[in-house]
Structures are given as C-alpha cells and as structure tokens.
Ligand binder design. Sequence first.
Ligand code: NAP
Length: 282
Amino acid sequence: MSKHAAKRKWLPIDYHKRINYIHSLVQFGAQVEYRSFGKLDWKASALGFGTMRLPIIGEDQAKVNEPEAIKLIRYAIDQGVNYVDSAFTYHDGNSEVTLGKALAGKYRKKAKIATKMPVFSVKRKEDLDRILNMQMTRLNTSFIDFYLFHSLNKTLWNKVKKLNMLKWAEKHVAKGRLGYLGFCFHDELEVFKEIVDSYDGWTLSQIQYNYLDENYQAGKTGLKYAASKGLAVVIMEPLAGGLLAVNPPEEIRNELEKAEVRRTPPEWALQWVWSQPEVSVA
Ligand SMILES: NC(=O)c1ccc[n+]([C@@H]2O[C@H](COP(=O)([O-])OP(=O)(O)OC[C@H]3O[C@@H](n4cnc5c(N)ncnc54)[C@H](OP(=O)(O)O)[C@@H]3O)[C@@H](O)[C@H]2O)c1
C-alpha cells in the first residue's frame, strides 16, 4: 500500500461536482486531447473515465445509482472521452453492468471498454471462461476492446503463468471476443519489468501514478520502460484517489498558489501526469 494510501478516504460522490469536474477539464484543455496508444493505430483520449467510484445509493458500494452513473459516463463520452475502465470486482460487479447500460446503442461505437480478469479470485482454469462469460453478459457486448489481468504482483503473475492464462486469453483474441491484452500493476519496479519483458503480446499496462507516487511501484522508471517497449500506459489514481483534488500537501499548495497560471488542484495533478508524453490515458 502507498504510504499516502492511509491518509486517503473513500470520498463521497457528488454527481454535480463530478459533471463540473469533467466539464472543467474539458474546458481546461479547450478540447479533449488525443494521444497515441502504444503500437496501435488508434488515438485515445488523454482523459479516460474510470468506473471504480460511480455514484451509489446510500453506503452500499454494490448499489450503483444507475441513472446518475449512466449520465456521467455518457456526458464524458459526449465530450470526447473514448476510453472507459472497469473491472469484474468494481461495485461488486455492478460497474460492468452499469457500463453495459451506458454504452447501449450509439455509445458502444464511441468508446473502447477496458476491463479486467480478477486473477486473485481465480482458483482453477475453468474459472476463466466462467468469469469472462459473466463479464460479456454484464457489459452487454460480444467484444471487449482491452482485457487486463487485474492487480498483478509477483504472486499473481506466477498464477497467470501457472494456469496458462495468456494462452487462454490468446484463444479468445483469436475468436474475436477480446481485442488487446494488458495488465494492471501493484508491486515493485523489478517485478514490473519482468512482466513487461516476459510476454511480447502486451498492448497496455496500467500503473498507479501521480505527483506523490512518482517513484512508487512502477513509477516514472516503469512508465518510461513500458513505453520504450511499445506498451501504452494508462494511469490509475492520477489524483491519488482524490487526495490531490481535495487536500494536496501544504507545501504543494503553497507552490501552486505562486504560479501565474490559475488551475484547480485536480487540474494541476492531471496536468503533471499529462506533461509526460509516455502517458496515453489518465
Ligand atoms: N487497476 C487497478 O488496480 C486500479 C486501482 C485503482 C483505480 N483504478 C482505475 O483507475 C480509475 C481512477 O482511479 P481513482 O478513482 O483512484 O482516480 P483518482 O482520479 O486518483 O481519484 C478519484 C477521486 O478523486 C475525486 N475527485 C476528482 N476530482 C475532484 C474534485 N474536483 N474535487 C473533489 N474530488 C475530486 C473523485 O471524487 P468523486 O468520486 O466525488 O468525483 C474520486 O473519489 C478508477 O476508477 C479505476 O477505473 C484501477
């Protein structure tokens, strides 16, 4: 866990604040910027939409407020966002369900879906097909654009290898059910490099990265390493889970106040991430 994680709290979700936030980022960049995505002949919006913290009803993370969440996702896509990130486990599965509803009809063509195999929950090979089939049903799609192995560390990477999960995934790529393969990562830099180097079929990796976590886990070195090997890099926690939006460290606030350009703390945090050309989406 990041040394900052303990200070972070699960922030309440305010629909209007989130709409204003997306709006301000879009205005801030004048229009959504598009970036190269590893070796693909496709440009991703620099601003992505993560569906790990959708609006909920009450305190239960599984109870997504679907109408508000769908409006948020569609609003972001209408502004030009074309990369939406989910996972089997988010909101107890209801992130994928809500995303499936949000992308119904014309929206499916406008955005690419990234979702993840919960490697930590897989016990045997048969679980893989069962989980993927559930994801397809939840997402209401026959094709997942980007499929990541969730939360890889040394132990889970060994499990991926032991259960031949890459061969399994390649089979589904060949069948046209999955587009491109990737992994998201939570461990030390050396493990990151090992995973990048062990398989030449990776298209993307997802790392935790923000101005507090510059040298944490994969960090800046990992970002540059993956990009140098042709992987697209997608950023999770660009605002340190909200900490940098709500309560940036005092010494950083002081520096930001001195700047001639006026930006809000979340804009500064995203600007820092985007200032690095190796980043495709944050
Ligand atoms: N693969 C993995 O292991 C993994 C791990 C973590 C995340 N992710 C992915 O990455 C995505 C982004 O991660 P994250 O959610 O941790 O990102 P983040 O951008 O670091 O933090 C998001 C939090 O910041 C808050 N926030 C944003 N703008 C704000 C503002 N202007 N004022 C106040 N609060 C603001 C949001 O509040 P509101 O919710 O109220 O808008 C939200 O709680 C996730 O949704 C998920 O898809 C993946």
